[in-house]
Design a protein around this ligand. Structure first.
Ligand code: GTP
Ligand code: MG
Length: 197
């Protein structure tokens, strides 16, 4: 991505624990299990930098990664169903929303949508919140390897239509597979561009 090291900075559990807002950052948001942590690993070329798992609700903190001291990549807890106690889930959902609304250095949010499932009501809710906060967001379709071409086209059309309603949505949708590597180079280029712009 950039010449230099990619390191884990910290896991944040409250807004006052966020690192100094001294560089641009991009975050990865999406429903639990959509593939946020896996995508960060694919982008950084590090197998286990972010912890991924088949259990929805794996990431429970806001995890900061430093990109060669030029930018932060931020792995967020998922929204929607999670295998964790309700009060715990509610706490991290509140934190997630405060973060998305209140982080001044947040340059772009990547909103991840499963290529099989398309945009759900909870995704709409997050997109509305980003509209209100005026955070430009970009949709990334995940797990492209899991769908056939015809199904993919259908979900993509549904997603494109859903984005029409959102003024903060960036029009370009990126199709990715963390497993097979599709779209990873494209997304890396976007991260470089957004960091430097
Ligand atoms: P939470 O932290 O629980 O919100 O989940 P997450 O969005 O970080 O998802 P995570 O990266 O942990 O991935 C969830 C599951 O999906 C794991 O079993 C991954 O191996 C799988 N997965 C992620 N990306 C892909 C992909 O591109 N293709 C396939 N086939 N599986 C994937
Ligand atoms: Mg995760």
């Amino acid at each position: 991505l950039f010449a230099g090291e990619i390191t884990f900075v910290k896991g944040v559990v409250a807004m006052d624990g966020l690192p100094a807002a001294d560089r641009p950052e991009m975050c990865f948001a999406g429903r639990s299990n959509v593939g946020k942590s896996s995508l960060i690993n694919a982008l950084t070329g590090r197998k286990a930098l972010a912890r991924a798992s088949n259990t929805p609700g794996r990431t429970q903190e806001i995890n900061y990664f430093d990109l060669a001291e030029q930018a932060f990549l931020v792995d967020l807890p998922g929204y929607g169903f999670a295998k964790a106690p309700v009060p715990v889930v509610e706490k991290w959902q509140r934190l997630l929303k405060s973060y998305l609304q209140g982080r001044v250095t947040l340059r772009r949010a990547f909103v991840l949508i499963d290529s099989r499932h398309g945009v759900k009501a909870v995704d709409e809710e997050i997109m509305k919140l980003l509209d209100t906060a005026a955070v430009t967001f970009q949709v990334v379709m995940t797990k492209a390897d899991k769908v056939k071409e015809q199904e993919r086209a259908k979900v993509l059309a549904q997603t494109r239509a859903a984005l029409q309603k959102h003024p903060a949505a960036f029009p370009e949708i990126v199709l990715t597979s963390s497993e097979k590597g599709d779209g990873i180079a494209t997304l890396r280029a976007i991260i470089r561009r957004v960091t430097l712009e």
